[in-house]
Structures are given as structure tokens and as C-alpha cells.
Design a protein. Structure first.
Length: 393
């Protein structure tokens, strides 16, 4: 959308709103002189907007904002439009001028404070925004919006304890489910504790995450890593199973670690049975590749090749084809010059897989090559998951 078209739309909207307010002025008995003054000044500002003279326009609107409560609504809306257009400085000036009005009603003042808080957030002035939103929560004005903004601020600041507190209050105030983000906030705290080598505190945070969200797959995966690093193999396996139950979509991210735990316990038969069950119910290729690798060691490459070939007939996969070539690399090398064709094919597949995203946000479609528990694009938690298909899982 062009800047000119945007501001033409802004001007038309502001003109409609102003027309309504001017009608109210007349109806409520304001003098004809007051009407004419407001009418002249406001449309002078609109004329500046239409001519892309934003600096002159904002000066006119600030004068109006400082002197007339009757134009509060369109002035507030115009400031919000400035913010959305990225002209945050102008939005702040206009909203500050509204607050500067003498004897401004409290219901107007709090709305202007909320708007300025959002302006500060857009400008990256998080400390100032936090003060304003906290004030609104304290006086119980626009509480849901203020709490929602505080949650965003504390996430950016990585103040996870305050994020949990605000998200919990937001959930109580609105009945909106915040279990998933709160569970991730606890996981963030757990990972910080692990960086400080405080395993006991990390486990407490992980327990809190599961109390809030029993399907917190991330919590199970962190717990599994802790157990695995301490060579508590069976406990780690149990956590990986719990992660699979919570969300099978994450299987590709932990299946190799789970296989390591089974092999450390010399439970190959149990591993084989488990992977066969997963293959039956899971659409991706990761359990197939894990079992093929296990077969190549335990039952030989010929058995593994036969198994993998049969599976690829049912679920085509470049990853699977690559694994098949690697399994038979020794035999293929005996083909002499013809082996070069397989090398070319393998290189092409490697390049194709390298350049493709492995994960995608289920909310906004953001593609990633590594895991993000919070989508960098839409900021939702736990929605970036492995991709299924020929070129991926």
C-alpha cells in the first residue's frame, strides 16, 4: 500500500470522525464560533495530510489536542495511525498533547496513557512503557490490554518471573488460556538454571511447567537431557516417551538421543519393538531411518537395505534415499565409473536438503533450519515444528 493512499485513507477516516464530533458540538449547544474554529483548524490539518506535509499537520493536531476535548476520539485514532505507519515520534507528541489538556476526564486520560504506552513499545522504550502499563493495572484501567502488553515487554526483556506473573493475571482477567506460554516461561527459567549448573532449581521450574501445561513437550525434553547427561538411561527414555505422547511432531528432534539411551542399556529388542510401533502410527521417516541404522549394525547392511527399501515404497523421502545410498556405498563403489552417478545424486540431495527449512511455524508459516520454541515472526510459543513431506520429514 502506497504512503499517499494510506494517508488519504487516514484523512478520510479522520474527516468522518470529526464530522460526527462537530455534529455533537452543535447538538450540545456549543456556540457557532466554537464550531467554526474547530472546523477551520481541523480541516486545515487534513489539508496538510493530503499534501504529505506531516510536520505541519501534526502541529495543527497538537494544538487541537491541547485545547479541545471534543476532538479526543479522532485525535487518539490519528495518533494510533501514526504509530502503525511507523511515525512513532508524531504519535507520542499527539497522545502527550491529549493528556496535557486541562481537566481531561479520567476515562480519557487512561485511554491516552494506554496509547502512549503502545507508542513507547513501538519505539523500543520498554522501561517507559512498563511504567505506564503497570500504572494502568494498579488503578484497574484497561487491565487486560495493559497486562497483555506487559507480558510482551517481559518476554523481550527475558524477565520470565514477571512474565509468568503478568500472564497469570491476564488469564484470570480474560479467561484466555495462557498455559502454553507460561509453561515455556518456566522452561526458559529452567534453562537459565542449567547454565548456572543449578540442576535442583531447574527441575523445580520444569515441574512447575508441567503443572501449568501437562503437555509441555519442551519440559520433558529438558528433563530427558538432564537424565541422559547423568547416565540415568531409563529415566531419560521415560521422558522421551512422555515427550512423544505430548506431541509426536517433535520425534525427529529427539529420536537419536532416545536410541542412544536404549543402546546404553543394551535393550536392542525393546528399541526395535518401540520403533516398529512408532513407524506404524507416525507419518514421518525418522523412526524408519533410526531402525534402519540399528539393523545395519545388528543384522547387517543387506537386511537394513531390504527394510529401508520396503519402507520407502510407502513413504517417499529424500532423506530416506540418501540413507539408502549411504548404506550401500561399499557395494556401489564396485560399479566403477557408474558409481559417479550415485555420488552426483547424493550431492544433489545433500544440497537440496541443506537449503530447505526443516521446521515451519504452524501459525504464520515462518520457515527455520533450527528449532525456535518461540516463533521469531508471530511470537507464538511451541508452534515451530518439523515439516512433513518428500523434501523433509
Amino acid at each position: 500500500m502506497s504512503s499517499h493512499f494510506l494517508w488519504t485513507s487516514v484523512a478520510l477516516l479522520a474527516g468522518i470522525l470529526m464530522g460526527l464530533y462537530l455534529a455533537i458540538i452543535l447538538k450540545t449547544g456549543k456556540t457557532k464560533r466554537t464550531f467554526q474554529q474547530l472546523n477551520h483548524r481541523y480541516f486545515k490539518g487534513l489539508n496538510y495530510l493530503l499534501n504529505d506535509e506531516s510536520d505541519k499537520a501534526i502541529d495543527v493536531f497538537i494544538q487541537l489536542a491541547e485545547t479541545s476535548q471534543e476532538t479526543f476520539e479522532p485525535q487518539l485514532a490519528l495518533g494510533n495511525l501514526y504509530r502503525r505507519k511507523g511515525e512513532v515520534d508524531r504519535a507520542i507528541k499527539l497522545h502527550q498533547a491529549l493528556i496535557a489538556q486541562a481537566e481531561l476526564p479520567e476515562r480519557y486520560r487512561t485511554r491516552a496513557l494506554l496509547a502512549i504506552g503502545k507508542d513507547y513499545m513501538s519505539a523500543g522504550l520498554l522501561d517507559r512503557a512498563e511504567v505506564l502499563f503497570s500504572e494502568l493495572v494498579e488503578i484497574e484501567a484497561h487491565t487486560p490490554e495493559a497486562l497483555h502488553s506487559l507480558v510482551e515487554i517481559y518476554q523481550q526483556e527475558q524477565d520470565w518471573l514477571q512474565a509468568i506473573k503478568s500472564a497469570s493475571r491476564f488469564q484470570s482477567a480474560t479467561n484466555r488460556n495462557m498455559q502454553v506460554p507460561i509453561g515455556h516461561f518456566y522452561c526458559e527459567l529452567a534453562e537459565l538454571s542449567l547454565q548456572q549448573e543449578d540442576i535442583e532449581q531447574a527441575e523445580k521450574y520444569l515441574s512447575s511447567a508441567l503443572r501449568v501445561d501437562e503437555r509441555a513437550v519442551r519440559s520433558h525434553l529438558i528433563c530427558a537431557k538432564i537424565k541422559q547427561q547423568n547416565k540415568q538411561w531409563q529415566a531419560a527414555i521415560d521422558e522421551y516417551h512422555a515427550a512423544k505422547q505430548a506431541d509426536p511432531a517433535f520425534i525427529p528432534l529427539f529420536i537419536e538421543d532416545m536410541v542412544e539411551c536404549y543402546l546404553a542399556l543394551k535393550k536392542g529388542d525393546e528399541l526395535e519393538a518401540e520403533l516398529l510401533r512408532w513407524i506404524e502410527h507416525y507419518q514421518g521417516v525418522s523412526p524408519v531411518l533410526a531402525l534402519a541404522q540399528f539393523y545395519s549394525v545388528e543384522k547387517g547392511e543387506a537386511f537394513a537395505t531390504e527394510f529401508l527399501t520396503e519402507q520407502l515404497n510407502n513413504r517417499a523421502s529424500f532423506k530416506g534415499l540418501n540413507a539408502l545410498i549411504e548404506l550401500n556405498e561399499a557395494d556401489l563403489s564396485q560399479l566403477g565409473d557408474d558409481f559417479a552417478y550415485f555420488n552426483v545424486l547424493k550431492d544433489l540431495i545433500d544440497k537440496l536438503l541443506k537449503n530447505k527449512p526443516k521446521l515451519r511455524c504452524r501459525k504464520c508459516g515462518f520457515g527455520a533450519k533450527s528449532l525456535h520454541w518461540q516463533c521469531p515472526s508471530c511470537k507464538n510459543w511451541g508452534v515451530v515444528k518439523p515439516i512433513y513431506g518428500l523434501e523433509s520429514e
